[in-house]
Design a protein around this ligand. Structure first.
Ligand code: ADP
Ligand code: MG
Length: 256
């Protein structure tokens, strides 16, 4: 049997900001079609790691590749050369990212927010981009809000627009960085439901979350990050119910 394709391969990733050594040797593989939930205490480096995957930070040491292509570099006759900006943008457009704060364009309606990048970056026709945008808004349960501005939407609705906007670029991989932690509790469920549907549709996803219930239901694998490393990772049930590390147990006892 050939190895299933790796969506993300991280080996020994280190990243510092000045004197702060944030990532201290992160190892993690994500297979195509897999949903991995990344959990761990605040400050352990989860956001930094996601930002590295999405070309928003550069890695100091280690090998990070997405679908076989080294992040930030291209291989030329056996040596790695830094990617030109244009190529970074192209590769980044194949990865969808959803942040804690939704960052919608305030002066654009929901459907305009979703259609903007496909028109500008992918040079889709306006008709096609708007039609796709409306379909995506329907899949996130917002067909009736397509012409509303973000200010008139709830946080949960804005986050669902942000998910639709990321999906509009046709990504192979979706990264979520605590997508529900800025939401009022009663709005969390609708956003998680959209993410659950996306996972069931076969999307490859890396989700940083404190929603252990969601992880238990949706994740194929859970990785626990602590102090800049993946301290433990494995099948969801094993890590959540029977973790092998004391630090994982300790963390879970605080968030469950
Ligand atoms: P997490 O998402 O797990 O809470 P982060 O990746 O956001 O952790 O942050 C890990 C550490 O890196 C924190 O100490 C944070 O202050 C630091 N850090 C993150 N980004 C920067 C940056 N751009 N400059 C300096 N320090 C940063
Ligand atoms: Mg974070």
């Amino acid at each position: 049997m050939p190895e299933p394709r790796l969506a993300v391969s991280a080996q020994g990733i280190h990243k510092s900001f000045g004197d702060i050594h944030v990532l201290r040797g992160v190892d993690l593989d994500v297979h195509d079609g897999e949903v991995v939930c990344l959990i761990g205490p605040s400050g352990s480096g989860k956001s930094t790691f996601l930002r590295c995957i999405n070309h928003l930070e550069t890695v100091d040491v280690g090998l990070l590749s997405v679908y076989g292509e080294p992040v930030g570099y291209r291989e030329e006759r056996g040596t790695l050369r830094e990617l030109p900006n244009k190529e970074v943008c192209r590769r980044r457009s194949e990865i969808g990212m959803v942040f804690q704060r939704f960052n919608l364009f305030a002066h654009m309606t929901a459907v305009q927010n979703v259609a903007e990048a496909p028109v500008r970056v992918l040079h889709k026709s306006k008709e096609q981009a708007y039609q796709t945008a409306r379909e995506l808004l329907e899949t996130v349960g917002l067909s009736d809000k397509a012409d509303c501005y973000p200010s008139s939407l709830s946080g949960g609705q804005q986050q669902r627009v942000a998910i639709a906007r990321a999906l509009a670029m046709g990504p192979n991989l979706m990264l979520f960085d605590e997508p529900t932690s800025a939401l009022d509790p009663e709005l969390v469920g609708d956003v998680l439901a959209v993410m659950r549907d996306l996972a069931q549709s076969g999307m490859t996803m890396v989700v940083v979350t404190h929603e252990i219930g969601f992880a238990r239901e949706v994740a194929d694998r859970v990785a626990f990050m602590d102090g800049g490393i993946i301290a433990e990772s494995g099948p969801t049930e094993q890590v959540l119910t029977n973790p092998s590390h004391a630090r994982t147990r300790d963390f879970l006892s605080k968030v469950l």
